[in-house]
Each structure stands twice: as structure tokens, then as C-alpha cells.
Design a protein around this ligand. Structure first.
Ligand code: HEC
Ligand code: HEC
Ligand code: HEC
Ligand code: HEC
Length: 201
């Protein structure tokens, strides 16, 4: 430490820095004259704290301004979510009509359904969301169902299902035929189903 030739002081501070820390030390001495002798030890390396404080202040400002920028306007209006989302979702057209609506037009299907255990299964659980068809039946027709997919969704045998629920290993059980070759979908028990000649298909 003997041959420092530059303008730095013994703490490697430039003259302006050195001046700054001297005045900080003086200021502190005025605030607390009692600790005068220890002041040099206390504030010797204060520039590290100042740098840290500056970095944290910059980070805080960046966080606050970025947050203000990216958090949606209505966030927190009612709770910990975007308040405007409620109006947006409510404004979407409903995809499901509800089975009461289907039943108003398809009374024959309802009569069939009432006679079997599928009475508890709503129309759109099998036929899918049909609000568009219900609004305009002439131009929007529900797609034909693939029974191998639709029926298996509920009836494929699975040991996790309640034992009392009717289930079959569909591939073996149907022998590859469509389920509605034998079962009338709206009234599935076979002994319930009237002979094919009486059936309205
Ligand atoms: C306003 C009366 C009306 C309502 C409500 C209605 N439908 Fe229909 N639906 C019809 C008519 C009429 C047809 C026959 C259309 C044709 O054959 O051109 C039809 C046909 C169908 C068909 C057979 C399509 C085919 O392949 O021939 C299905 C399945 C069906 N509706 C399901 C539903 C479901 C499920 C609902 C409830 C979400 C529903 N319908 C609500 C009048 C209605
Ligand atoms: C368990 C599943 C299931 C339920 C529940 C169901 N359907 Fe069906 N439905 C079918 C299948 C399978 C067919 C025959 C394949 C096809 O037409 O897509 C069919 C056919 C139809 C047809 C066309 C011809 C026919 O057989 O009468 C209409 C109309 C229809 N369903 C209306 C309804 C309505 C209305 C409801 C509710 C009251 C309903 N379905 C409930 C599975 C179901
Ligand atoms: C959304 C689920 C669901 C779908 C899809 C479904 N079912 Fe069912 N099925 C049921 C329920 C619920 C019962 C009544 C179970 C009970 O009461 O124990 C039932 C009962 C049955 C039964 C027993 C009837 C009886 O009286 O013992 C048969 C057979 C059946 N379904 C065949 C079918 C066929 C064929 C299809 C396809 C056209 C089908 N199911 C689609 C839910 C479904
Ligand atoms: C070749 C005719 C035939 C075909 C095709 C068929 N089944 Fe069956 N199924 C029967 C007969 C017969 C019974 C016994 C009588 C009854 O319960 O209705 C039965 C019974 C059932 C049962 C009741 C089982 C129980 O434990 O009570 C379910 C569920 C069932 N079938 C679902 C289906 C499904 C899903 C398909 C399509 C993948 C299908 N079946 C295809 C003839 C058939």
C-alpha cells in the first residue's frame, strides 16, 4: 500500500468520492456526537451499502412499474381475479340448451326415455352441446353419433366404477356391431324394447 500514485485516497476513493464520504461522516458525527470515536469504523465501507440500496431501489421501481403495466385493469375489483372476466364470460353464447328445451320439441324421445334407466341421462350428455340446433333446428342438425365411442364413455368396464353400474367390455360384448343395433339408445334395456316393427326409428 505504499506506492499509490493515482489520485485515490487510502480507501481507493477518487477525490470526489472521498469528499462525499467525508461529508457523510461529518453529518453522522453531528447526528450522534457520542459515537465520534467509532464513526470511522461504522461508516468506513458505507459505499457498499449505498450501492446495494441503489440496486434495490432500481429493482423496486422496475417491479412496481412493470406490475402496473402487465396486471389487467380490473384485477382485484372483486377478489384475486380479473373483475371484467365475469362480464366477458356471461356475454358468450351458451353452448348447451339444457334438456328441458330439447324435451319441448322431441316429446317422442322423452316418452321412450322415461321408460328406461336412461331417464337420468340428459340429452346433451350423448348428443353434445346443441344450443345452436335448438335455436334453429331446420338448418343446424346434430351430427350422427358413433355409439362405439359415446356408449363406451360411460359403460366401458373399469374396476374403478361402482359394481352396481352396468358395464361391459364393449369390444367383446358388441362383437363389433354398433350398440344401437341391439339397444335402443333412449331406452337401452333389451327386454324393454318393443319389437323392431313397432319401433320408431
Ligand atoms: C324447436 C324445436 C327443437 C328443439 C328445441 C330441439 N330440436 Fe332436435 N330436432 C328438431 C327437428 C324439427 C328435427 C328434425 C330435423 C330434420 O330432420 O330436418 C330435429 C332433429 C334432431 C336430431 C336428429 C338429427 C338427425 O340426424 O335426424 C337430434 C339428435 C336432435 N334433434 C337432438 C336435439 C337435442 C339434443 C335438443 C336439445 C338441445 C334438441 N334436439 C332440441 C327440433 C328441435
Ligand atoms: C344415452 C345416450 C343418449 C341420450 C341420453 C339421448 N340420446 Fe338421442 N340418440 C342417441 C343415439 C346413439 C342415437 C342414434 C344415433 C344418432 O342418431 O346419432 C340417438 C338418436 C336420436 C334422434 C334421432 C332418431 C331417433 O332415434 O329418434 C333424436 C331426435 C334424438 N336422439 C333426440 C334425443 C333427445 C331429445 C334426447 C333427450 C330427451 C336424447 N336424444 C337423449 C343417444 C342418446
Ligand atoms: C352419460 C353416461 C351414459 C351414456 C353415454 C350411456 N349410458 Fe347407458 N346408462 C347410464 C346410466 C346412468 C344408466 C343407469 C344405471 C343404473 O341405474 O344403474 C345406464 C343404463 C344402461 C343400461 C342398463 C339398462 C337397464 O335397464 O338395466 C344399458 C343396457 C345401457 N345403459 C346402454 C347404453 C348404450 C347402448 C349407450 C349408447 C347409446 C349408453 N348406454 C350410453 C349412463 C350412460
Ligand atoms: C348383438 C346385440 C348387442 C350389441 C351389439 C350390444 N349389446 Fe349390450 N347387451 C345385449 C344384451 C342381449 C344384453 C343383456 C340384456 C340387457 O341387459 O339389456 C346387453 C346388456 C348390456 C348392458 C347391461 C349390462 C349389465 O350388467 O346390466 C350394457 C351396459 C350394454 N349392454 C352396453 C352395450 C354397449 C355399450 C354396446 C356397444 C359397444 C352394446 N351393449 C352392444 C346385446 C347387445
Amino acid at each position: 500500500m505504499t506506492s499509490i500514485t493515482g489520485p485515490c485516497d487510502a480507501n481507493h476513493r477518487s477525490p470526489t468520492e472521498s469528499q462525499l464520504f467525508k461529508s457523510i461522516a461529518q453529518f453522522c458525527a453531528q447526528l450522534a456526537p457520542g459515537v465520534r470515536r467509532r464513526k470511522i469504523n461504522l461508516f468506513k465501507d458505507i459505499e457498499h451499502l449505498v450501492r446495494l440500496a441503489v440496486v434495490m431501489a432500481v429493482a423496486l421501481v422496475a417491479f412496481v412499474s412493470l406490475r402496473a403495466l402487465v396486471v389487467p385493469h380490473s384485477f382485484g375489483q372483486y377478489g384475486h381475479y380479473r373483475g371484467a372476466a365475469i362480464a366477458e364470460i356471461a356475454a358468450r353464447p351458451a353452448a348447451f340448451a339444457g334438456h328441458d328445451v330439447c324435451e319441448a320439441c322431441h316429446t317422442d324421445v322423452v316418452d321412450q326415455k322415461k321408460q328406461g334407466k336412461h331417464v337420468v341421462v340428459p340429452c346433451e350428455a350423448c348428443h353434445g352441446a346443441q344450443a345452436k340446433h335448438a335455436d334453429d333446428p331446420a338448418s343446424v342438425k346434430p351430427a350422427k353419433l358413433d355409439t362405439a365411442v359415446v356408449c363406451a364413455r360411460c359403460h366401458e368396464a373399469n374396476s374403478a366404477k361402482p359394481k352396481a353400474f352396468p358395464q361391459v367390455a364393449t369390444a367383446d360384448h358388441s362383437g363389433g356391431l354398433a350398440c344401437d343395433t341391439c339397444h335402443q339408445p333412449h331406452r337401452p334395456k333389451i327386454e324393454d324394447t318393443p319389437p323392431a316393427t313397432e319401433r320408431k326409428k
